[in-house]
Write a protein that binds this ligand. Structure first.
Ligand code: PMP
Length: 437
């Protein structure tokens, strides 16, 4: 039983309006998109904000404190992921930015799987080589081995945990395969780091990318951790102040180290809150942490499986230990309509769409947008139960309110739910371009 959240999160008791005019506790089942901030992270933000000032650029006391907070975050994050002595911790906008940075430093071709998020597909460009995964992880590892054996590659880039199904890959085995052929392993840790302890040195991961906003910190800072040689040899990710030691009108000399790729004023609040969040994850007892999530996942999957027509998506027959991400479809039911109903009539927040993983959905034969429920340290049995009950009610008797298609999107007809004045309703077509199709 997970009656209680594992860690307190901000917004855990948020009240949201329903279409019938009542209010209910917001049931956040959209952690995989952006997780709520941990309460300790919010407390740290309040502590830090008075000192918020320029980083690396000011002699004032507040600037010096902000600079220390920023650089100390680098140490904390490096330790948290088991960085080695020659690894660098480069702060980026998010995972997407970190993987784009990685793509710009790879001195050769990259091999990747067809199950990836677009952020770990598109940056590899025309020289990237895709391995089409098999029905089992065991066979897929063999296909990766064969690809690397036939033709060398500089990098193998894989997801740590699928943002569609939550399934995880055996990273140590992949590292062993890659290293056998002189290939480095990069892991898209966006969905893994919020759910599992990851250690570069132990698992043989050469590069790891992840985002603060999925790991219980606000502001979305991301990070790329890995060997310094490629990072120092490559052109700077961004050109501008902070990345250079000297500039004339004819030439510039660029720094080595993380500063080389971090031009411009850094996102100190994003980075400091990311560091505070991972410190909290580091304190978790692993057995308790994983058990909390596994129990919630089973409860949700078991509950949804009892509902007629529900298909829960899965990539591999032999996957074990998926993280708290569950995608599903219901035969003949629009996911957009169901997601809108869940919000309007139950106060439940889920994700609908193709999850920025179009090739994976095509591979799984999912032609229409699907639904995704995702959860984590702030989630409880009550959250899982609410979703099962709400989906069951929809299946049994349909929605109670009126819905209409506006610009191709299902919306509540005459939606009466108020919005804060600073976040007015700008219409149904605003805000749904993020891989909703
Ligand atoms: N990879 C995976 C597996 C993801 O789930 C996401 C976010 N949905 C990303 C990469 C991109 O992360 P971000 O939006 O923070 O750049």
């Amino acid at each position: 039983m997970s009656d209680c959240a594992l860690l307190p999160v901000v917004g855990g008791d948020l009240q949201v309006p329903l279409v019938d005019g009542s209010q209910t506790r917001y049931i956040n089942l959209d952690y995989a998109a952006s997780a709520p901030a941990l309460q300790v992270v919010a407390d740290h933000l309040v502590e830090l904000l008075p000192f918020y000032a320029s980083v690396h650029r000011g002699a004032g006391y507040a600037s010096q404190v902000s600079t220390s907070a920023y650089e100390n975050a680098r140490v904390i994050v490096g330790q948290f992921v088991g960085a080695r002595l020659n690894d660098e911790v480069v702060f980026t906008r998010n995972t997407t930015d970190a993987l784009n940075l990685l793509a710009s430093i790879v001195p050769g071709e990259t091999v990747f799987l067809d199950i990836e998020h677009h952020a770990n597909l598109l940056p590899w460009g025309t020289t990237g080589r895709v391995v089409r995964s098999a029905d089992t992880i065991a066979e897929t590892l063999e296909l990766v081995r064969a690809e690397l054996a036939c033709k060398p590659a500089a990098l193998l880039a894989v997801t740590g945990a699928s943002n569609v199904t939550g399934e995880t890959l055996p990273l140590r085995a992949l590292a062993d395969i890659a290293h056998r052929f002189g290939t480095r392993l990069a892991v898209d840790g966006a969905q893994l780091v919020p759910h599992r302890r990851v250690n570069l040195a132990f698992e043989g991961i050469d590069y790891l990318a992840f985002s603060g906003h999925k790991a219980y910190a606000p502001f979305g800072a991301g990070v790329l951790v890995g060997h310094s040689d490629w990072l120092d040899a490559a052109p700077p990710h961004l050109l501008g102040g902070g990345a250079v030691t000297s500039v004339t009108l004819d030439e510039a000399t660029f720094r080595t180290g993380p500063a080389r790729h971090e031009a411009g004023s850094p996102n100190v609040l994003g980075v400091a809150t990311l560091a505070r969040a991972v410190q909290e994850l580091e304190k978790l007892d692993i057995a308790t942490w994983y058990a909390h999530e596994a129990q919630l996942r089973s409860r949700l999957v078991d509950g949804l499986s009892t509902i007629d027509g529900v298909r829960i998506h899965r990539i591999f027959e032999d996957s074990v230990d998926p993280v708290g991400v569950v995608s599903f479809s219901i035969e003949g039911v629009s996911s957009r309509l169901l997601a809108t109903y869940l919000s309007a009539e139950w106060g439940i927040g889920v994700r609908d769409g193709k999850f920025c993983a179009h090739p994976l959905l095509a591979k799984l034969g999912i032609t229409e947008p699907a639904l995704r429920a995702s959860f984590g340290a702030g989630s409880t049995d009550a959250d899982a139960d609410a979703l099962v009950e709400a989906v069951g009610a929809f299946r049994a008797s349909g929605p109670r309110s009126e819905y209409e298609l506006v610009d191709g999107q299902w919306t509540v007809a005459g939606d009466p739910r108020p919005r804060p004045a600073w976040a007015p309703d700008l219409g149904p077509s605003v805000g749904f371009y993020g891989c909703a199709a």
